[in-house]
Design a protein around this ligand. Structure first.
Ligand SMILES: [Zn+2]
Length: 261
């Protein structure tokens, strides 16, 4: 079954229209929606009320940070520089992505909660599953998740390392793989999806991200990399594709479980 879907997705999925990290979120949610059971798909569309596509909804939490500043800390967690394991003890009082994820998941599961709140919860959950797979949403506090770790891009532009992993590597993957992007992405998606079980342990997902952020080649641990060249983008593009694919696969399994009855 998965292999058949692979072929359908490969030829029909418009991945190449995406650009920038908003599109990373859209990709995760589009692919998850495509793989939902019929029951889950109907429930999802019902909750959204035909107002917007799920993929658009998954970008919405980034657009409300100014109006609802209390949601700002919901998108990440920071750790001390030498820590690799994400645990609840690192979640500050004003919240973090772990706490926000479980709170929103509880609202989504609660069928007696007001529809408007459950709709928001669906969009938050879709968004957070994407965020938690981005290594620098599990960065260090002192440089605000690598936003303060500045590097020079191939264009000469001064940029935070956070943004390199938010969008530049993804865009580089799209630019260099071109027509092959769908194949590489969905190969990763189906390979990872086959071994997944219904799982809501996002501490483990965040720990994976943390270990990537702190791995030698990424350059964050000792902030040794000052310039991002083509070689750096090439060397890390498969990691970004794999994280997006895994986020999509996990979101599919999660929503199929939550929206199954
Ligand atoms: Zn976010």
């Amino acid at each position: 079954m998965l292999r058949i879907l692979f072929l359908i997705a490969l030829f029909n999925f418009p991945v190449s229209v995406h650009a920038w990290w908003d599109s990373g979120h859209q990709l995760v949610c589009d692919v998850a929606e495509l793989h939902l059971s019929e029951t889950a798909k109907l429930k999802l569309q019902d909750l959204l009320g035909g107002e917007r596509k799920f993929a658009e909804g998954c970008v919405w939490p980034d657009t409300i940070k100014r109006d609802r500043p209390e949601t700002g800390p919901w998108h990440y967690i920071n750790l001390p520089p030498d820590e690799l394991e994400v645990t609840a003890s690192y979640c500050p009082e004003e919240s973090c992505i772990m706490k926000a994820f479980y709170e929103q998941l509880a609202v989504l599961k609660n069928t007696s909660a007001p529809t408007e709140l459950r709709k928001e919860a669906l969009m938050f959950v879709g968004h957070f599953v994407g965020d938690i797979h981005q290594p620098f949403h599990v960065g260090n506090a002192e440089d605000r998740g690598a936003n303060g770790y500045r590097v020079i891009m191939p264009s000469g532009r001064n940029q935070g390392m956070h943004a390199v992993w938010d969008g530049y590597i993804y865009n580089h993957a799209l630019d260099t793989l071109r027509d092959d992007f769908n194949r590489v992405f969905f190969e990763s998606f189906y390979t990872q999806a086959e071994s997944l079980i219904y799982d809501q342990n996002i501490y483990a997902w965040a720990t994976e991200s943390r270990k990537i952020a702190m791995s030698d080649s990424v350059g964050y641990k000792d902030q040794s990399i000052k310039k991002i060249d083509r070689q750096y983008l090439d060397a890390h593009k498969q990691i970004v594709i794999d994280r997006l694919a895994l986020a999509s696969a996990r979101l599919t399994v999660l929503l199929n479980g939550v929206l199954s009855n």
